[in-house]
Design a protein around this ligand. Structure first.
Ligand code: HEC
Length: 343
């Protein structure tokens, strides 16, 4: 797979003929770049209809309500009517590309779409570290499970769908990808490379690197991967002792919004430390994509009660937590951002 393709044109429209291909996964991980090229494997930026049109553009018919339950239902909501009612009360969201309400997360608290470029070095998959990634076998399992098979999983007594076949894209009734296909997919993902970085490692970037070190960022965003590949507990999560033996856990919570980690099917109680490689071609920072750009992620104004996020949001409110680098001088902050964009 080429790192950056120049097909199909410089148009900013998403051509219909690739729609099927995108639905099978490439939709979420193909990025339309500013110059009109497509970057394969990156964080996708095609707007997500479920998020942006919901609920006004879709009548709440039975099929749609079933879809919501299968994708977002959780074992602790016992009355399905309560769940459906709460869904209908959700405020409309503005269009925001780069986050996706994928199955097992939340309509209100969707995660940002990760870039798969460099995924071979990442030890935990999903923002919540739901799956370990020790080998290509784990990646293959992740791929097959996350194409709808997980909707047949049991969460205690709760099963999102009891139908005969998995719900979701890529799985025709009674079928799944073959092991050969999954192995090829894994190799393809491992072969993804970033495009040449247009941002020079100049004097300003070198100054920014000093700020990065001085502020203690490498403790978690450790070079050369710019992640320590560790998990951090979400606010309010007490780490079980046995997990400390098997997982790579940092004892510090960075205090970001805990909902995805604590109240969804993909919740583990943790957020992983993300890699900062490739932040120059991404948007929607933090697991929920609430900070549109790095400038916003490092802006202390985002902590205010009445703050309106420029990234994904449904109502005004602070972008909580991760207060590292918020107290820098304007010059240091600028240099830090210049540095981050060279990674
Ligand atoms: C104690 C560990 C820790 C330290 C120190 C730390 N970070 Fe982070 N960082 C995290 C975690 C965990 C997240 C993900 C939080 C979330 O999404 O809820 C994160 C997220 C980020 C993101 C968003 C990345 C993305 O893909 O959305 C950026 C940018 C970032 N950190 C930059 C920095 C910078 C710059 C510093 C130093 C000023 C720093 N971090 C210090 C743990 C840390």
């Amino acid at each position: 797979m080429k790192p950056s393709s120049t097909f199909p044109s410089s148009s900013t429209m998403w051509p219909a003929q690739r729609e099927q291909e995108w639905l099978a996964g490439a939709s979420c991980h193909t990025r339309l770049m500013a110059d009109g090229t497509y970057l394969e494997g990156a964080q996708g930026n095609k707007p997500d209809g479920v998020l942006t049109d919901f609920p006004t553009a879709r009548p709440p018919n039975r099929k749609f309500l079933d879809f919501l339950w299968i994708n977002f239902g959780v074992p602790w909501i016992e009355q399905r009517a309560d769940f459906e009612q709460s869904m209908m009360a959700i405020p409309h969201a503005d269009q925001y590309a780069g986050v996706l309400s994928r199955e097992g997360t939340s309509v209100i608290h969707p995660p940002h779409v990760p870039s798969l470029i460099g995924a071979q070095d990442i030890k935990y998959l999903d923002a919540t570290g739901l799956s370990r990634h020790r080998s290509i076998g784990d990646l293959m399992r992740y791929a097959v499970v996350n194409m709808g098979l997980d909707t047949l999983a049991r969460f205690g007594d709760f099963q999102p769908t009891t139908s005969q076949s998995a719900s979701g894209m890529g799985s025709e009734d009674g079928t799944r990808y073959s092991d050969e296909q999954l192995y090829a997919l894994g190799l393809d993902i491992y072969s993804l490379r970033p495009p040449p970085n247009p941002n020079p490692a100049d004097a300003s970037a070198r100054r920014g690197e000093q700020v990065f070190k001085r502020e203690g960022c490498p403790g978690c965003h450790t070079p050369p991967l710019y992640t320590s590949n560790k998990l951090t507990p979400a606010t309010g999560f007490k780490i079980p002792d046995d997990l400390r033996k098997t997982e790579n856990i940092l004892n510090i919570s960075v205090g970001t919004d805990p909902v995805l980690a604590m109240q969804t099917r993909r919740g583990t109680g943790f957020y992983k430390v993300p890699s900062l490689r490739g932040v120059w071609f991404r948007n929607g920072f933090g697991h929920s994509g609430s900070a549109d750009k790095l400038e916003e992620w490092l802006d202390p104004a985002r902590l205010k009660e009445d703050y309106v996020a420029k990234g994904y949001h449904r109502s005004p409110g602070p972008i909580l937590g991760h207060e590292f680098g918020l107290k820098l001088s304007p010059e240091d902050k600028q240099a830090l951002i210049v540095f981050l964009k060279t990674l």
